[in-house]
Design a protein around this ligand. Structure first.
Ligand code: SF4
Ligand code: SF4
Ligand code: SF4
Ligand code: FES
Length: 376
């Protein structure tokens, strides 16, 4: 092994490529370094410091997500100094805002007060909408800390619930900035940014207006990136627990891109959609793919062909409907010529179906009048 291109992590000598960070080398070798602000594919901000590691001869602990691997480095990812630093960071985050899940104190009265507060603020007797699906909660358990070490800092900003898709609960925000990176660097929508300063810091849209009055296109990338309960899909909030659903991987049916999605299914109903982290979309979705799933279980879906007679639709069999369409198209072609017919197809069907449709137009109807909404 060429020592110029290796470093040592937890006693293991590991090769690295120039430009790789300590975090990348560790993850490639199944060494777990916790992260909160790090968003894969974007420039590290080093905002949360939860990924700190000890590097021999460095004067301070270094953020693994933002520190390039160097030849001969000796890194420790869970040394006593590292664990102490991570505990303090988690304690500070838990005491800032409304993080009442993993921080139950020994005092039962205080616990009840927490529940009452949440009930008043959220209109729910549940504690947190992402209980069991929160990176900060995971870390509090992993490092066995509560939020009691520091005085609680109350949240300053009220919840935003005025758009149809996303609830923004600033009291649970840990200012990691992942939503900003997801919006500005991944989706390049530039709808949100950090606003105000220091302890008044807040993620704002359009000069601190509601998302619905900003450039937000409701792609939901920020919700998927948020590691805590600060951004939650409105339809899911307090209705579905993460462990109550099973995921079904499928392809989004809205357009020809073929985004890979995970349908979250509870009691045989789709209750949420997330982007799968593989090609072609690598986790990203548009508003239709992420939030437009209610049609799946709609009782207004057509289940049989309908024939319009005297202004009224009536159910028909497929044979009857197809015979009628064949007869009408044949009549138009024979009376007015094939070019009186045009065929419009759709990006919501597959390439194979579109191929068959154009073949039908050219070979059967004898017209080249074919068009498609996604031909650009
Ligand atoms: S956001 Fe996470 S840490 Fe905060 S209360 Fe909810 S589950 Fe707990
Ligand atoms: S929903 Fe999309 S556009 Fe709107 S703030 Fe989030 S990432 Fe930006
Ligand atoms: S809203 Fe979520 S993703 Fe954005 S800064 Fe707050 S905690 Fe991080
Ligand atoms: S994950 Fe590295 S600083 Fe936040």
């Amino acid at each position: 092994m060429n020592t110029a291109q290796t470093l040592t992590i937890n006693g293991m000598e590991l090769a690295f490529e120039p430009g790789e960070t300590i975090l990348q080398v560790a993850r490639r070798n199944q060494i777990d370094i916790p992260t909160l602000c790090h968003l894969k594919g974007t420039t590290p901000t080093g905002a949360c410091r939860i990924c700190v590691v000890e590097v021999e001869r460095a004067r301070t602990l270094l953020a693994a997500c933002a520190t390039p691997a160097g030849p001969g480095m000796v890194v420790r990812t869970e040394s006593p100094a590292v664990v102490a630093a991570r505990k303090q960071i988690i304690q500070l985050m838990l005491s800032s805002g409304n993080h009442n899940c993993a921080v139950r104190g020994s005092d039962d009265a205080e616990w009840t007060a927490f529940q009452l507060k949440v009930q008043t603020e959220d209109g729910s007797d549940e504690l947190c909408p992402v209980w069991g699906d929160c990176r900060l909660q995971d870390l509090a358990y992993r490092y066995q800390v509560t939020g009691e070490a520091f005085p609680a800092t109350p949240s300053q900003y009220p919840m935003e619930t005025v758009n149809p898709f996303i609830v923004r609960d600033f009291s649970r925000c840990i200012s990691c900035g992942r939503c900003v990176q997801a919006c500005c660097d991944v989706q390049v929508n530039n709808a949100i940014s950090f606003g105000y300063r220091g302890p008044h810091s807040k993620i704002i849209a359009a000069g601190d207006r509601p998302l619905k009055d900003s450039d937000c296109v409701f792609c939901g990338e920020c919700v998927q990136a948020c590691p805590v309960g600060a951004l939650v899909e409105k339809d899911v909030r307090y209705k579905v627990r993460p462990w109550e659903t099973r995921k079904v991987r499928t392809t989004c049916s809205y357009c020809g891109v073929g985004c890979q999605i995970d349908l979250h299914v509870k009691d045989n109903h789709v209750v949420k959609v997330t982007g799968a982290g593989i090609a072609p979309n690598h986790g990203s979705l548009c508003v239709k793919g992420r939030f437009g799933y209610h049609f799946i279980g709609s009782d207004r879906r057509l289940t049989t062909p309908m024939i319009k007679e005297n202004g009224q639709h009536r159910p028909a069999s497929w044979d009857e409907a197809l015979d009628l369409v064949a007869e009408k198209l044949g009549h138009v072609r024979d009376t007015h010529g094939a070019d009186a017919i045009g065929l419009l197809t759709s990006a919501r069907i597959t390439n194979e179906e579109n191929y068959i449709a154009q073949k039908f137009a050219r070979a059967v109807l004898k017209t080249n009048n074919v068009d498609h909404c996604a031909r650009l």
